[in-house]
Design a protein around this ligand. Structure first.
Ligand SMILES: *Cc1c(COP(=O)(O)O)cnc(C)c1O
Length: 390
């Protein structure tokens, strides 16, 4: 059988592993931070009608400039933004790829603060950009001083700030973003994929765009908007920076179907985002309950919680999976990550994890001799499971 090693693949891609969150059909999927609430049916019908109408003109290429969609995103974001400030693509991952294609590349570097979203390193690799992972402060926080010191040391062409950070959930102060934007010579990307889940009143980095043409803020419809399957991400920035992205995008990269569906969802943003408060409530419930059980949940401004205090993360991951609950193993020692689900999904997770609670250990050891559930054979993690993979 032919393997990758037999192929004339680029030397810098040899031996790399693709993005690999496990895809499993389970009753309770809490591993990739999706919105676990389905789209309201009335909204779905409107989206279907718009997509259906667009099918009648699929003989033509779509609007290459997706003008109506850019206008709708600008209206949604506010902050005085207009269509000229907006870019969009098939998921914010493609938006980030466009940025790396235009501003990164061979001989250039991108800086991030680990642990952070695993796709940043993969997008850098795909575009031949050197990836530099600098360290965070205690508890995965990122102070202006720490961030600026790394920018000064590495002088990167791009800086990727994930706010709040995946996989840790850590919110990021505007002070840090402002300091990085002032210190960096290159493009500063603030990835606000989870912004809508932040506590009410949390300011967006959109407020910093004015007068900072190298600062961009990316968002996605995949999380709060419950639209992950549609693949729509977007970005706000200076019109000149947006123009740079036109140089690298494929012509007509946003299909007419995607544009119609996204416009439909945006026309109902209130209903699409109605579940955000409920999800934030489940996130807080997870933080409080995990702490009560003796785990060490980290501060989260997102729809997921990273928690420490797990003796054997792989064994717990497998035991929960055996009960139909899929969470995320990231390769951070002693830690696991869980997405806030519906109330019932969250309850299922909390009941299953309680067996492994540090605080419950003594009772369970006495009652059941051991705390492990089914499937805890403690097998060595594979190489994919072992790396930090947000
Ligand atoms: C989920 C996620 C995205 C969104 O990716 P899409 O391509 O828009 O689905 C972007 N950034 C981070 C940090 C994420 O966790």
């Amino acid at each position: 059988m032919t393997s990758l090693d037999d192929l004339p693949i680029r030397d810098d891609l040899r031996g790399r592993t693709p993005y690999g969150a496990p895809q499993k059909a389970v009753p309770v999927a809490l591993n990739v931070n999706e919105n676990t609430h389905p789209i309201p049916e009335a909204v779905a019908h409107d989206i279907v009608a718009r997509v259906a109408a667009s099918i009648l003109t699929l003989n033509r290429y779509p609007d290459r400039e997706f003008t109506a969609l850019r206008e709708a995103f600008a209206a949604y974001l506010g902050h005085g933004l207009g269509a000229a400030n907006i870019w969009a693509a098939n998921g914010s991952n493609e938006v980030l790829q466009h940025l790396l294609q235009a501003f990164g590349g061979p001989g250039r570097s991108a800086l991030g603060f680990a642990p952070t979203y695993s796709m940043y390193a993969l997008l850098a690799a795909g575009t031949g950009t050197e990836w530099i992972a600098a360290a965070r402060d205690d508890d995965f926080e990122l102070s202006p001083e720490t961030a600026v010191a790394a920018v000064r040391e590495h002088d990167p062409d791009l800086v990727l700030l994930c706010a709040p950070n995946n996989p840790t959930g850590t919110p990021l102060d505007l002070d840090t973003i402002r300091a990085v934007a002032d210190a960096a010579r290159g493009i500063v990307i603030v990835d606000e994929a989870y912004f809508e889940f932040a506590d009410p009143g949390t300011p967006s980095a959109l407020a910093l765009l004015e007068g900072r043409p190298r600062l961009v803020v990316s968002r996605t419809m995949s999380k709060a908007f419950a639209f992950a399957g549609a693949r729509v991400g977007y970005l706000a920035g200076d019109p000149a920076t947006i123009d740079a992205l036109r140089l690298v995008r494929l012509p007509y990269h946003l299909s007419a179907l995607t544009q119609a569906a996204a416009l439909g969802a945006l026309a109902h943003s209130g209903e699409m985002l109605a579940m955000v408060d409920e999800i934030r409530g489940q996130r807080e419930r997870i933080v409080v309950d995990l702490a009560r059980l003796g785990f060490a949940p980290h501060r989260s401004g997102s729809n997921f919680v990273l928690f420490g205090g797990v003796d054997d993360p792989h064994a717990v991951f497998e035991a929960l999976l055996a009960r139909g609950i899929l969470i995320r193993e990231l390769g951070i020692p002693g830690h696991l990550r869980v997405t806030a689900g519906t109330e019932a999904e969250t309850t299922a997770f909390l009941e299953a994890i309680a067996v492994f609670a540090p605080n419950a250990e003594r009772e369970h050891t006495r009652d059941h001799e051991q705390t492990s559930g089914p499937g805890t054979d403690g097998g060595a993690p594979t190489s994919t499971e072992n790396r930090i993979d947000a």
